[in-house]
Write a protein that binds this ligand. Structure first.
Ligand code: SAM
Length: 312
């Protein structure tokens, strides 16, 4: 494997920015063949994009219920963990790419709300001789901008997934600070340096050119911004790995057929997980895209990993 460009530039953000400015993209990314993988099959790059689109179009209506069934609800804990690690503060501008039906964005909004309530309680606690009307006034003033300028943009290539997400947001009454944008992770429809945080949860393994998606993440983040990726990864414990393989290949496609009448899409999901690079390799790819202080945390023995990096 070629040495990562970052080894040449060392740990100096300025040197890395210089390389990015003078080298055309093709000089520092891996070359793109015309063929790629779709699960365990070899297909043309064009066909992969179309087939991934069809998978998510087909699963969109059952996506949320299938996530709960396949992971026994554990995906909720992994996503909660990601948002706690992000620890967004009021005013944070989040871009959630491959955001699907909005799981990360809803958690982000709820986290900001919880932060705000905590802040009001702390401030009220510090004051003495408060009357009931003081307390009520304090809450109603805060209510005006309850997200305090924070925004989450959910961007996904698949219009059906976004449609389900928007419906969900309406039925939850959770629309403030949320927007839904159709777009490709490899060519994001946003200006440079617009966001404080970029997240991608269970999305990047579906993208045809992961390096392009990472470059786009870098481009749209403000200096100081954070990249966070939650993705299936390599299980570290051999016993857990055996059980996980059995469960993935023997149970998940069956669940897909029984619950959603769609064996093939869930077979793809399982296969695509096995094709995704292991933790250390993905860390290097993130560094090659220009991010600094890249690290990762394994969750559930590495069934998933959260990679984090900063644009400095
Ligand atoms: C497994 S879902 C994850 C959805 C959501 N992030 C979650 O964690 O529940 C993967 C999502 O990636 C989206 N996706 C696939 N390729 C994409 C691309 N090139 N650009 C943007 N989104 C993409 C799919 O449409 C799908 O909604």
């Amino acid at each position: 494997m070629a040495a990562p460009i970052r080894t040449v530039t060392g740990c100096c953000p300025a040197a890395w920015r210089f390389v990015r400015a003078v080298c055309p993209r093709s000089h520092y990314t891996q070359s793109h063949g015309k063929e790629t993988h779709f699960g365990f099959q070899t297909v043309s790059e064009e066909e992969k994009g179309e087939r991934v689109y069809r998978v998510f179009e087909s699963v969109s209506q059952n996506y949320d219920v299938m996530n709960d069934s396949m992971s026994l609800g554990i995906h909720r804990l992994w996503k909660d963990w990601l948002v706690r690690l992000m620890h967004p503060t009021p005013g944070t501008q989040l871009l959630d790419v491959a955001g699907g039906t909005g799981d990360i964005a809803f958690r982000f909004v709820n986290y900001i709300h919880a932060q705000r309530e905590k802040r009001i309680r702390n401030e009220l606690n510090l004051q003495q001789n408060l009357s009931w009307s003081d307390i009520s006034r304090s809450y109603s003033q805060e209510q005006k901008g309850s997200l305090m300028g924070s925004q989450a943009v959910v961007c996904d290539i698949n219009k059906e997934m976004l449609k389900v997400g928007k419906q969900r947001s309406l039925s939850l009454g959770n629309t403030e600070g949320l927007s839904w944008v159709a777009g490709d992770a490899e060519e994001l429809p946003f200006a440079d340096e617009k966001f404080d945080v970029y997240t991608i949860a269970f999305g990047i393994r579906n993208v045809t050119h992961i390096d392009k998606a990472l470059e786009e993440a870098y481009r749209v983040l403000k200096p100081g911004g954070r990249f966070l990726c939650l993705e299936f990864s390599q299980v570290t414990n051999p016993l857990v790995a055996r059980l996980y393989d059995l469960y993935s290949f023997q149970v998940i496609p069956v669940l897909g057929e029984v619950i959603a009448g769609d064996w093939k899409s869930y077979q793809y999901l399982v296969e695509s997980i096995r094709r995704f690079p292991p933790q250390e390799e993905f860390k290097e790819m993130i560094e090659d895209a220009g991010f600094f202080k890249v690290n990762y945390h394994n969750l559930t023995s590495g069934v998933v990993a959260v990679h984090s990096g900063f644009k400095l």
